[in-house]
Design a binder for this molecule. Sequence first.
Ligand code: FMN
Length: 177
Amino acid sequence: MLNDIFTQIKDQWVRAKHQKKHPFRYVTLTTVASDCTPESRTVVLRDFDASQLTFTIYTDARSRKVKALQKHPVVQLLFYDHKRLWQITVTARLKRMGASPTIYKQLPPPSRKDYTTTAAPGTPIDHPDHVHYKDENHFYALFFEAEKVESLRLKRPHHLRAVFQRNDDWKGQFLTP
Ligand SMILES: Cc1cc2nc3c(=O)[nH]c(=O)nc-3n(C[C@H](O)[C@H](O)[C@H](O)COP(=O)(O)O)c2cc1C
């Protein structure tokens, strides 16, 4: 049964890569800033490798999350499916991050534009129209490898909670919900 749950979780992440409306396509990424403050934000799950349990996120190299990752390479990814009352938290480690001209070239032009603002994301502006773009891009791909996956599904008669860890060969363990 634990094995089935883990397979189901991975299957949902694979689906989320292709299905624009899949609830796991948007994920909360939490990093830890240099002063130890947690910082959460929504990002898009761009890729998932089920054999390595790696997640890919795209971002701007100048963003706060990149600064945080340079100091603290461990993150939490929070997925939530509101229809199935299903929450999955992933503790993951940054494997690598950097520019990727190959991925960047494959993005649709409107998406590419997001990584070309003249000012860094988060820079104060006087008006929302005061955003300028340049030819140079600051596109970064971030690759995270899961270390721990915890799943909680609210159901009757018993809620279902389980944890899976890389250092335990993803064997799995049920937990009191
Ligand atoms: C629906 C939605 C999807 C988003 N997807 C991404 C994304 O894939 N990558 C990203 O860097 N920011 C994305 N953002 C913006 C982030 O939530 C965040 O505001 C931005 O990355 C700056 O974060 P930081 O300053 O904490 O690094 C998204 C925001 C929303 C509302």
